[in-house]
Design a protein around this ligand. Structure first.
Ligand SMILES: Cc1ncc(COP(=O)(O)O)c(C=O)c1O
Length: 370
């Protein structure tokens, strides 16, 4: 089966994990600091902390904004469920908005259409790794949370995605451009927010008792007396994950180059297929991450089943959130999200695909529409 998504790890990741296990320090520790410094430097982020998932990073991002209880946060409907769950769990209400049919990204006008007097913040998602047009959204004047789960390595007008709004998040889960198995990160323009995030991620305690003890002159503190700064859940990343991430950072440029090659093959070979709409490239000056390759087609469900019958797994990323009864917004009409729900399909793109895999995907799509 050719999978729609996948990661690639090698001997370096394996060696790092084995060394970590042999060190007997697999939980949170020094390698987390090393990963944070290396990631922050590589992507020129003003400040950055690792956490245990992108979903939890979203919850932390919303929490860090300290919005008035019951505020509304505008969220594109065409995204992963964690975006809405984070808003609700932080005590607010997600208000779903539409996205652009071509870029599949949220635009300022989609947000403006959903603003009320309760609107307190906006969440944007750099869908597939194509940067959202941030300037008109920042100009609206609301705090902006950037979901850059798809946008590791993406840039907008020279700035790294995830560090353009007030707070941004990344995902390092099993299928993302950079994987640590399960993991995430949070970035902010204001380093004070990330200092606070580092306290929050350890149940609101911050420095562990051990660190406090070894850093205290003469060991005179009672290190078992925690100074709990605020109520929060545990989101600590592990040395095991950080060790995988350190090796992934050494190979990320090669992984990205392979994704780009596959993207360009699809752009070239699928361009002439009747009725098939290929995704847009990044505008000049921006950089795409090539996380997912989402086409729009007639007879989408039939195509997906035909490809599956031929050992090619595809998927829809994402079933629009406003259509889910849980959020009680099924009466809201978001025509572009609903159109994408009917005709969008993500086809395989990841660094483990061979040339013949890519050729097979193209050949079967062409055969279906012949
Ligand atoms: C847009 C988006 N945001 C957030 C997440 C959550 O990331 P994680 O899987 O690391 O929790 C995902 C995961 O797929 C995602 O696609």
């Amino acid at each position: 089966m050719i999978s729609v998504f996948g990661s690639l790890v090698g001997d370096e990741e394996i060696a790092n994990v084995v060394a970590c296990m042999k060190s007997q320090w697999m939980g949170f520790g020094k390698q987390v600091d090393q990963f944070e410094q290396k990631y922050q430097t590589k992507y020129q982020l003003p400040s950055f902390a690792m956490v245990d998932s992108g979903s939890n990073a979203l919850f932390m991002a919303v929490s860090l904004l300290d919005l008035p209880p019951g505020s509304e946060v505008i969220v594109p409907s065409y995204t992963w469920v964690s975006c809405a769950q984070a808003v609700i769990l932080a005590g607010h209400k997600p208000i779903f908005c539409d996205v652009d049919l071509c870029t599949m990204n949220v635009r300022a006008e989609d947000i403006k259409a959903r603003v009320t007097e309760k609107t307190a913040a906006v969440m944007v998602v750099h869908y597939a790794g194509l940067a959202v047009d941030m300037e008109p959204i920042l100009a609206l004047g609301y705090p902006v949370i950037e979901d850059a789960a798809h946008a590791i390595d993406s840039t907008y007008r020279g700035q790294p995605c995830g560090a353009i709004g007030d707070v941004g998040i990344f995902s390092f889960d099993a299928v993302k451009n950079l994987t640590v198995g399960e993991g995430g990160g949070i970035a902010a323009k204001d380093p004070a927010l990330i200092e606070r995030a580092k306290v929050m991620r350890y149940c609101g305690i911050g420095k562990s008792g051990f660190d406090a003890a070894v850093s205290s002159a003469g060991g005179k503190t009672r290190w078992w007396e925690y100074n709990i700064k605020e109520p929060f859940i545990k989101m600590l990343p592990t040395n095991m994950a950080a060790n995988i991430g350190l090796a992934q950072l050494d190979r990320i440029d090669a992984l990205q180059a392979r994704r780009k090659e596959i993207w360009e093959s699809y752009q070239r070979d699928l361009a002439g297929v009747p009725g098939l709409i290929t995704p847009p490239d990044a505008p000049a000056g921006d950089r795409h991450s090539y996380f997912t390759y989402c086409i729009r087609v007639h007879r989408r469900d039939e195509l997906a089943h035909y490809l599956l019958d031929n050992q090619i797994y595809t998927t829809l990323r994402y079933h629009p959130l406003h259509l889910n009864p849980l959020y009680e917004q099924t009466d809201v009409r978001l025509p572009n999200c609903e159109q994408l729900n009917a005709d969008a399909l993500s086809i395989p793109i990841h660094p483990r695909l061979s040339e013949s895999d890519v050729d097979k995907v193209v050949a079967f799509i062409k055969k279906f529409y012949a």
